[in-house]
Ligand binder design. Structure first.
Ligand SMILES: Cc1cc2nc3c(=O)[nH]c(=O)nc-3n(C[C@H](O)[C@H](O)[C@H](O)COP(=O)(O)O)c2cc1C
Length: 486
C-alpha cells in the first residue's frame, strides 16, 4: 500500500511537471492547448509510419510501392509460389492502366524463355555481350551497406545479371561476388578523381583492368533528383566509404549538380569518347528527361561525328526513381516519369537511325514482371531496378535510407543493424528475384504470342484512356516507332 502511494505521488508530480512545461512552452500549439494528452499525437504520428502498412493500408494503396508489388518481389525472392486465388485486386479502369494483348494461340510452353544475347558497344575494344535483361540499378557503397553490396554482387553472379556500382566508386565488395559490373562515374567522380577532384585517366585505366568491369556509365542525373548531385549524409560517410570515394570521413558527401566539364552535348560526347578510349569498354550515360528536345541536338551531333562515336547506351531514369537522400521538391516534382520519357527516347533514336546502335536501359519503379514487360514493349533493351532488389534483400520500405537507421541493414552502416543482413542468404534471394522476373516475363510473352520478351513491341500493350476503353501503344505513339523497334 505504502509503495503504491509513493508511485502514485511520483506519477502525479511527473504529470504536473509535464503539464506546466507544456502550457509554458511556445513551440507547439497542440501541447499548449492540450497539455499532456497532446503528446499522444506525436507518438501516434511516429508509430503510424510503421503500422500503416501492416494494419490500415489496402493491397494497392501505398507509395512508393504498394503491398501487392512488394509481396510479389518478396515471394519471388524467397522462391515461393507467386500464385493468387479468386481474382485480381487490380482495378483495370483507371486511366493509364496497362494491359497486354493476348493471342488466341499462345506460344506453347510455360518455362522461362532463353534470352538471346545483346552486344553493347560494338565499336569498342572490349564490347559487352550479355544475356541479361533485368539488372541491378545504381546504389552506391555508402548509400547502402557492405553487407547489402555483398548480397547484390553474389546474387547478381548467381542470377546472371549486372550490378551498377553507383556513384560511390568501385568497392572490394562489388568485386567480391564476381558478377558483371557497370562502373558509374558521378558528378563528383568519386573513386575516379585525382587530388584536384578532376577525372583521373589513371583511375579509369586501372578500373578497366578488372575483367568484371564491363561498362562505364557517366551519370548526368537520376530520377529522384535531377539537377542535384548525390547526397550522402556525414553520418553514413564511414572511414572506409570515405577512402573509396577519396573524401573525408564523417562529412556530408555532396556531388556537384552537374559535371563541371560538361555543359552541352558536344562536351558530353567528348567525355564519353575519352572514357571509352581509355577503358576500351562500352560507355554510356544515365539521365532523366525533362524537355525531350535536347535529344534532337544530341542525335544530330552524334550523326555529325559518326555512329562509332555514339554513346553505347543510354540509361533513362523516370522521375519516380528512388534515392538514398533527396530534397522533397525534386523527388516530387522534377523530370518526366518513365512512361513519358522512355517512348520519347526510343522515338528520337529511331528517327535518327540510331536505335540499333545505342542500347536503352530503362528504370523507374519497374519492379514486377508486368512493369518490365511494359518497358520492353515500349522499346527498352534492358530494365534496371534499385528498389526492387532492395526488397529482394529484405527492405520493408521504412523510408529511413537517409538516417543511417535502416532497420533491415541495407542503408545503414550501424554494425548492430547491418549484422541482421546475411549476405549469403540474401544473395540467393537476389538470384531468385531475377529468375522470377524472367520466368513471368516469359509467361506474358508467350501469352502475347512471342517467344521471348524482347520480341514484344508496342502492338502487344494497351493503355486505358479516359473514355473507359484502352488503346494500343502503337496508336498512342504512332508516328515513328510502330513496328520499327526490331
Ligand atoms: C538507396 C539508393 C541509392 C541510389 N544511388 C544511386 C547512385 O549512386 N547513382 C545513381 O545513378 N542512381 C542511384 N539511385 C537511383 C537508382 O539507381 C534508380 O535509378 C532509381 O531508384 C529507379 O529505380 P527503382 O525505381 O527500381 O528504384 C539510388 C537509389 C536508391 C534507392
Amino acid at each position: 500500500m505504502y509503495t503504491i502511494s509513493i508511485v502514485l505521488v511520483i506519477g502525479l508530480v511527473f504529470l504536473a511537471v509535464v503539464y506546466i512545461r507544456d502550457i509554458k512552452q511556445k513551440e507547439h500549439a497542440i501541447l499548449r492547448n492540450f497539455p499532456i494528452i497532446g503528446h499522444g499525437r506525436y507518438f501516434f504520428e511516429f508509430i503510424g509510419v510503421f503500422l500503416r502498412q501492416y494494419w490500415f493500408s489496402q493491397d494497392r494503396d501505398e507509395l512508393p510501392f504498394n503491398r501487392a508489388e512488394r509481396s510479389w518481389v518478396y515471394k519471388a525472392a524467397k522462391g515461393q509460389d507467386a500464385m493468387v486465388g479468386f481474382g485480381s485486386t487490380r482495378d483495370l479502369r483507371p486511366v493509364g492502366t496497362v494491359l497486354f494483348v493476348d493471342t488466341p494461340f499462345p506460344v506453347l510452353g510455360e518455362d522461362a524463355c532463353e534470352i538471346r544475347p545483346i552486344i553493347i558497344g560494338p565499336y569498342c575494344k572490349h564490347p559487352y555481350e550479355t544475356h541479361s535483361l533485368f539488372n541491378i540499378s545504381a546504389m552506391s557503397y555508402g548509400s547502402i551497406s557492405k553487407n547489402a553490396v555483398l548480397a547484390l554482387s553474389h546474387g547478381a553472379k548467381m542470377g546472371g545479371c549486372w550490378l551498377n556500382t553507383g556513384e560511390g566508386g568501385v568497392s572490394p565488395y562489388h568485386l567480391e561476388g564476381g558478377c558483371d559490373l557497370v562502373a558509374q562515374i558521378g558528378t563528383a567522380k568519386y573513386g575516379f578523381c585525382d587530388s584536384n577532384g578532376k577525372l583521373s585517366d589513371e583511375a579509369i585505366r586501372g578500373t578497366a583492368l578488372y575483367p568484371q568491369i564491363k561498362m562505364f556509365e557517366l551519370k548526368l542525373s537520376q530520377g529522384a533528383k535531377p539537377g542535384k548531385g548525390g547526397i550522402l549524409p556525414g553520418i553514413k560517410v564511414t572511414p572506409e566509404v570515405a577512402a573509396i570515394r577519396f573524401i573525408k570521413a564523417h562529412q556530408d558527401s555532396i556531388s556537384p549538380n552537374r559535371h563541371p566539364e560538361i555543359s552541352n552535348v558536344s562536351e558530353l560526347l567528348d567525355m564519353i569518347e575519352h572514357i571509352r578510349r581509355l577503358s576500351g569498354k562500352p560507355t554510356g550515360f544515365k539521365t532523366v528527361l525533362g524537355d525531350a528536345d535536347w535529344l534532337n541536338e544530341l542525335c544530330q551531333e552524334i550523326l555529325k561525328r559518326g555512329i562509332e562515336r555514339a554513346p553505347d547506351f543510354i540509361t533513362i531514369d523516370g522521375a519516380e526513381g528512388g534515392t538514398g537522400a533527396a530534397p522533397l521538391s525534386l523527388i516530387d516534382y522534377m523530370g518526366l516519369p518513365i512512361a513519358e520519357s522512355l517512348p520519347a527516347l526510343v522515338d528520337a533514336l529511331v528517327e535518327y537511325g540510331l536505335r540499333d546502335r545505342i542500347k536503352i536501359i530503362a528504370s523507374g519503379k519497374l519492379i514486377t514482371p508486368a512493369e518490365v514487360v511494359w518497358a520492353l514493349c515500349v522499346g527498352a533493351d534492358f530494365v534496371a531496378s534499385a528498389r526492387g532488389f532492395a526488397f529482394s534483400i529484405g527492405c520493408i520500405q521504412a523510408l529511413q535510407c537517409h538516417t543511417n537507421r535502416c532497420p533491415t541493414g541495407i542503408t545503414t552502416h550501424e554494425p548492430h543493424l547491418m549484422q541482421g543482413l546475411d549476405p549469403a542468404n540474401k544473395a540467393i534471394r537476389v538470384a531468385n528475384y531475377v529468375k522470377g522476373i524472367l520466368y513471368e516475363a516469359g509467361v506474358i510473352s508467350h501469352s502475347c504470342g512471342v517467344k521471348e520478351p524482347r520480341e514484344l513491341t508496342r502492338k502487344h500493350a494497351r493503355i486505358m484512356t479516359e473514355r473507359g476503353v484502352s488503346i494500343s501503344l502503337s496508336k498512342l505513339y504512332p508516328d515513328k516507332v510502330f513496328g520499327s523497334k526490331k
